[in-house]
Structure formats: C-alpha cells, structure tokens
Design a protein around this ligand. Structure first.
Ligand SMILES: N[C@@H](CCC(=O)N[C@@H](CS)C(=O)NCC(=O)O)C(=O)O
Length: 202
C-alpha cells in the first residue's frame, strides 16, 4: 500500500506509529509530499481532494483519509484492539479527537506565521489557538491520565504522543510540560518506544 507522507506531519506520524505498533509498516511504501493550502501537492489532491496528508491507498486500491480513518483501518486489519470496546472505545476516540485538535491548532499557528503575510497576521488568533492547546493539555493531565497511563497500548496514547512531539518540534518555547508533570513524565517514556524514535523528522 502507498502512504502520502511528510516526516514533520504529526498526523502522518500517528499513522506510522500505528502501523509500526501493529506490525504493518513493512507493507507501506512512502510517497513524499510537502503541500500547503497555498502550494497544494497535486498528486495528493488527486487522491484526497482536501490536499492533505496522510492519505493511504490500500492494496485493493481504495483511498483512505484522514489519519483517524487510516488508523482505525490499520487497527481493524491487524485486529490490534487499539480502540478498546464498550464504553472505553468512545473515551479513547474522544481522547484521539482531543489530540488531533491540538495538532490542528498547533498547525494553524505554524501556517499563520509562515503562510500569511505579516501585515494581516493576527497575534490574538494565534494566542486563541494556543489556549485551545493549553486547555486540552490541562484536561488530559486532570482527567485522562488513567487512559494515558494504561498498560495496554491504545489510540489515545499514540495520538497524544504525536501531538506532544509536534508541540516540542514547532512550539518548544511555549514549554507545554511546565505544570503538567504527570503527562510530561509519561511522554518521556512513550517517546522512547521504537515506533516513536523511528518516526518523525530526522
Ligand atoms: N484531519 C487531518 C489533518 C491532516 C493535515 O492537516 N495535514 C497537513 C500536514 S500536517 C496537510 O497536509 N496540510 C496541507 C493543506 O492543508 O493543504 C488528518 O487527521 O489527517
């Protein structure tokens, strides 16, 4: 199968960590891509009309996007159980959505800085995005650590770790670990997994 890929994308990383953890990475051929809303990658747009990575072409030729769908598909294909069952699955999918939302906000901050001409940039808007991230980090630290620290691997852990790594990569000066000792301590351990050290920017 083929995966439209960018090494710095936290969403792509989520897919790659899921693929490695479920033993499917060898079956994936990476197709490098580097589009933005201003400079779309036409090859990606031909497969995903939103022009975004990750997009996956399955062995049967089906095109899947976005990262949530691809991770779910990889999990189902391997029978890995990353989403749990019963009430837990809704909790884990909500945690994944929260982590993805942090990625969204963090990426919008980057785009505002890189893609929008300086005279029309909004610092208030950037700070509004950071507040979304800060609130979500606090809620994870206060209410979600049982899922985060669970011994069995789950999709909430993978998504959260990829979001935190992206915060370190793009917004390190904001120092997200400050005041969030439990989440920061967990992340140090999770970030050492081969699936994390083997993915992301070199
Ligand atoms: N909700 C999507 C978000 C994917 C996304 O925003 N990817 C970025 C790279 S980090 C992208 O391809 N941006 C290009 C664009 O927005 O045109 C997912 O979970 O896969």
């Amino acid at each position: 199968m083929r995966l439209f890929h960018s090494a710095t994308s936290p969403y792509v990383r989520k897919v790659m960590v899921t693929a490695i953890e479920t033993g499917q990475a060898e079956a994936i051929t990476l197709v490098p891509s580097n589009g933005t809303p201003l400079t779309p990658d036409e090859a990606v747009a031909a497969h995903n009309p939103l022009g975004k990575v990750p997009a996956l072409e399955t062995p049967e030729g089906q095109i899947l996007f976005d990262s949530r769908v691809i991770c779910r598909w990889l999990d189902a294909r391997a029978g890995a159980g990353l989403y749990g069952s019963g009430d837990a699955q809704w909790d884990l999918m909500t945690l994944e959505a929260a982590a993805d939302g942090m990625m969204d906000a963090a990426l919008l901050m980057v785009y505002e800085d890189r893609l929008r001409p300086e005279p029309i940039r909004s610092l208030d808007w950037v700070e509004g995005q950071w507040k979304k991230i800060a609130r979500t980090l606090d809620v994870i630290e206060d209410r979600w650590m049982a899922r985060i620290e669970a011994p069995e691997l789950n999709i909430g852990q993978i998504a959260t770790a990829c979001a935190l790594a992206y915060l370190d990569l793009r917004h390190g000066a904001r120092d997200w670990p400050a005041g969030r000792d439990r989440l920061a301590g967990w992340f140090t351990g999770f970030a050492a997994r081969p699936s994390m050290t083997g993915t992301g920017p070199a």
